[in-house]
Design a protein around this ligand. Structure first.
Ligand SMILES: [Zn+2]
Length: 253
């Protein structure tokens, strides 16, 4: 059994065949899917999917791209959503200085606000960091979430070390299968197995060989296979450990 701990099945890329993609994941041995909210509308849709499918759970959150439009009403609504059944984390939240779709100052405010909200609601945090590791670390150290995962991990060894020291988990996507991903693979080598989770970030980041095509949760097996190869373990062992980690982290029933 594998768990895709981060995907976006609510995105329009799945409008034509969402149910088929979900059934296919189930047939391929995906035991749970965590659908990640990245906007207010996306968080609502994520929760709808969790209501519809027993093996899907939801998170609610606001991607840093949404930071410029963040306000008090949205915060109140996210607070309500965060208390619903089958909502298992706050996220994705964080900083993105690569695309910078929102002002960095607004991103920082949003990130700190929602980290605090996660803490108040007793929810773990799903962190997005892209080319913003110093500010991400600074805010994480100030707010000190008790449970967090840095998703689609990127950054340097120092960032990884600090995240692990704070007790956080990290997750990797199919981008570890890319030919030029040697840096990511060397980071992965430094992550203890008890801190690892699998994810696809579908519809993004299809594995090598399928690049440019839409990604889907069933492809999480490619992440497991690559980790098995790099860590010199059986795929079954990678599946067992990462599923155990995910069940614990998200408190899945
Ligand atoms: Zn994502």
């Amino acid at each position: 059994m594998l768990i895709d701990t981060h995907c976006h099945l609510d995105f329009p890329e799945f409008d034509q065949d969402r149910d088929r993609v979900i059934q296919h994941a189930k047939e391929q041995g995906i035991g749970y899917i965590i659908n990640i909210g990245s906007s207010l509308e996306g968080s609502r849709k994520s929760l709808e999917l969790a209501k519809q499918y027993d093996f899907i759970y939801a998170t609610v959150g606001l991607h840093p791209h949404e930071a410029d439009s963040f306000n008090k009403e949205i915060e109140v609504e996210l607070t309500d959503l965060g208390k619903k059944d089958k909502v298992v984390a706050m996220g994705e939240i964080g900083l993105d200085y690569f695309k910078n779709y929102s002002q960095p100052d607004n991103q920082k405010t949003l990130f700190a606000t929602l980290l605090t909200l996660a803490k108040n609601l007793g929810l773990p945090a799903v962190i997005h960091n892209r080319q913003a590791q110093d500010d991400t670390l600074k805010i994480l150290k100030e707010t000190k979430p008790s449970k967090a995962v840095v998703h689609c991990f990127s950054g340097d060894e120092h960032f990884l070390k600090e995240c692990l020291e704070m007790g956080f988990l990290v997750s990797f996507t199919c981008n570890i299968t890319y030919k030029k991903a040697e840096v990511l693979r060397s980071l992965l080598r430094a992550v203890p197995m008890d801190r690892l989770m699998l994810e696809t970030d579908a519809p993004f980041l299809s594995p090598e060989g399928l690049r440019g095509k839409r990604c889907e949760p069933a492809y999480v097996k490619f992440v497991a296979e690559e980790i098995a190869r790099i860590k010199n373990l059986d795929v079954e062992e990678v599946a067992r450990i990462t599923s155990y980690n995910a069940k614990n982290f998200f408190n899945l029933k």
